[in-house]
Each structure stands twice: as C-alpha cells, then as structure tokens.
Write a protein that binds this ligand. Structure first.
Ligand SMILES: Nc1ncnc2c1ncn2[C@@H]1O[C@H](COP(=O)(O)OP(=O)(O)OP(=O)(O)O)[C@@H](O)[C@H]1O
Length: 359
C-alpha cells in the first residue's frame, strides 16, 4: 500500500481557558486509493484532523506527510487536496457548468482544457443534462453532485469530505452513499470522509478509524470494527450491543473459554491487549443471538417486550442476573416467533461470536 497521508503523534490544542486538546497525539496512515472514514461522536476531533490535512489549521505538535513529503510547510492552496463541505457553498447565480469550471479558472487552466474537464466531470456525476441550469434551480441531491464534481475537477490526489451527506434526506443519502463509493472507485482518488453516522461509515469505507476524545480508538475494515470491536467505546458507538459480565477460565491464542453468570461456558474471541484472566465484559450483537429453551440456552430470563420492525423483530429480555439483553430476528415468510411477552426463555449464541472487550 502506498501511503497517501501519514500522521505521527499529531496534536492540536486550541488556546482558551482552559485550552482544548482536540487531538491528543494521533498516529494514522491512510493508503493511496483508499476510501477512509473518520468516525466518532461530536467533538472527538474529526473535523480538526481534516482541517490539519487541508492546512486550514496548524498542529501544536507531531508530523504530517503526504506521499512521503512534509505537508506542514505547504500553504493550503499548494496542497493537492480539495474539500467538500456539509454546506455545498455553490454560487447560486452560476450554472452547473460554471460552478464546476470556477476552480479551474482560478488555477489559470487553458479554456479548452477547462471545457474538456467540466464535460468529463458532469458525465461522472451524471449532470450533463443540467449543464446550463443555475444551481439555485436544482435539487439538494443535484447540488451535492455539482459540489463533488467541482471538488474533483482539479484532480486532487486527496479529497476531504466533511459530513457531505448530512443535509440530504434519508433516501437521497442512501443513494449518494453508493454514488460516492462509485466516484471514489472510478477516479482512484483517496477519499477521507468524516461522519458521525455509523451506517454511512460501514457501507462506504475501505477502512474506518473510530475516534473518541481526541484519539483513535480502533482502525479496521467495516467488518473488523463491527464484528471485532476492541473496546467498549467502539462496541457501544457502532451498532447495538449487549454487554455481559463474564470470567475468563482459560486462553489459547485469541480464543478464550469464558464463564457466564449462569455458570455455563462459551468460547469467545479475545483481541490483543485485553486482560487474559479475571472479570471481563463480553459483547454480543443482537442479530447474533437466538431464543431457545432454558435447557439448551446459555442464559435464561424473561421476555419483557417484543417489537415488530417490519424487516425484523426485536426481543427485549431481562436475564436472571438482572442484565438486559436484546435479540434481533429477521422476519421472513417462513419464520414466526414462538414466544410471547412474559414467557421464560433463554439466549443462545455460537462459539466465537462473543467478543471480550477492553473496558
Ligand atoms: N477553533 C476552535 N477553538 C477552540 N476549540 C475548538 C475549535 N475548533 C474545535 N474546537 C474544540 O475541539 C474539539 C474537537 O472539535 P472538532 O470540530 O474537531 O470535533 P468533531 O469530531 O469534528 O465534532 P462534530 O462532529 O461536532 O463536528 C471540540 O471540543 C471543539 O469544541
């Protein structure tokens, strides 16, 4: 993997009383051609990271390189980087084509080259038919496409995207998620995408960095992050998770035998850097568990509520030790839930499904 962006011990402290440490020493390598997402709750430092890469802010400490060259000495306009913001900042009185051409004209490109690039970009974002419309007369989704085309037109090596889909409605956002992924694949440009929406991150990214409190808590593929969260913060932030108290009985490599509150034992995955003995917390996703009878299950309890969601049904339980547990069962023509609210039942999940967490 060729490294596009390399941050080492990157720090940013905003002055104030008290000062705010927005980035607390971040180490990060983003590959060329990657769709890389910075995901985390509000205030965790995502935008600060983007602003440092773009050059709108200077770090308090650490280094930042792009394709092996120091970025920090370069002013923003000399960095082969472009940004798409949440507000598209288009010129409403200019046409689609003029908006896309604007940056290229500022760069002093020859007329013929500008025309060819604008045509190519309109084709790419499927806006050719609307070339002569003013951007005040197109829909939000179309404006988003124009903003993307304008940012891609100077052919930056890295495109920064700061929550670019958050102003769109749910259906359009879904469409644009696929569209963004297609654009990234077709152009081969490194995309660094910032969002606090976990579903957006999971559907589009090659890799995700989950941030919390100014540092990176875990980096991995969407599957790694979802199936193998390394710590409670990540498991809690991404998707729904059941947390179960447990005791480690024995460990072999990355597999642990753990004792549940019911006295039954189950095999769980043990990530690096997690306690290899004593009391731990297990994470189990709602869709990875199923209902069964008390004899065959791992943990018994009472069904508190059953909620129908159309595509699936959520079963809320209180286990014998008082822990709450939610299961999710997919609905289909031949699956009917055999349990009712108030029934006693037990929870079952397979070997290696549960994940031992760092607290
Ligand atoms: N110019 C500034 N001056 C002082 N503090 C700032 C400044 N910009 C950001 N901060 C603080 O730095 C921290 C990180 O902010 P940042 O905008 O990077 O977070 P974020 O993860 O992008 O949040 P959001 O999702 O809400 O945009 C926050 O505590 C924020 O209040």
């Amino acid at each position: 993997m060729t490294t596009a962006i390399h941050a080492r011990n990157l720090r940013k402290v905003y002055p104030g009383n008290p000062p705010v440490e927005a980035l607390a020493g971040v180490d990060l390598e983003i590959g060329d051609n990657e769709f890389f997402t910075l995901l985390g709750p509000s205030g965790c430092g995502k935008t600060t990271m983007l602003r440092l890469i773009a050059g709108f802010e200077h770090p308090t400490g650490g280094t930042l390189e792009m394709f092996g060259k120091d970025l920090l000495d370069l002013p923003p306009y000399k960095r082969p980087i472009n940004t798409v913001f949440q507000s598209y900042a288009l010129f409403p009185h200019l046409t689609v084509a003029q908006n896309i051409a604007f940056g290229l004209e500022m760069l002093g490109k020859p007329k013929a080259e500008i025309k060819a690039t604008v045509d190519e970009m309109m084709e790419l974002v499927q806006m050719t038919a609307m070339a002569d419309r003013q951007t005040s007369q197109i829909s939000g989704g179309q404006q988003q496409r124009v903003a993307l085309a304008r940012a891609l037109a100077p052919k930056p090596r890295v495109l920064l995207l700061d929550e670019p889909l958050s102003a769109l409605d749910f259906k359009l956002r879904k469409e644009m998620q696929l569209e963004l992924k297609r654009l990234q694949t077709e152009t081969g440009i490194t995309f660094i995408f910032v969002t606090h929406d976990q579903e957006e991150a999971l559907t589009m990214s090659d890799r995700i960095a989950v941030m919390g409190g100014g540092s990176i808590r875990q980096i991995g593929s969407p599957r790694d992050i979802y199936d193998r969260p390394a710590e409670r913060f990540v498991a809690d932030f991404i998707g729904d998770t059941n947390f179960l108290p447990a005791q480690i009985k024995s460990v072999e490599g990355d597999v642990a035998q753990v004792l549940l509150a019911s006295g039954k034992t189950v095999t769980a995955h043990l990530p690096e850097g997690v306690a290899r003995e004593g009391a731990v917390t297990l994470a189990v996703r709602p869709e990875q568990a199923s209902l069964t009878t008390s004899e065959t299950g791992l943990l018994s309890g009472m069904i508190d509520n059953i909620v129908y969601f159309g595509t699936d049904t959520h079963v809320h339980m209180t286990l014998e030790d008082g822990t709450t547990f939610v299961l999710r069962q997919q609905n289909s023509a031949d699956s009917t839930l055999e349990y009712e609210k108030g029934d006693r039942a037990a929870v079952r999940f397979g070997a290696n499904v549960a994940q031992v967490l760092k607290d």
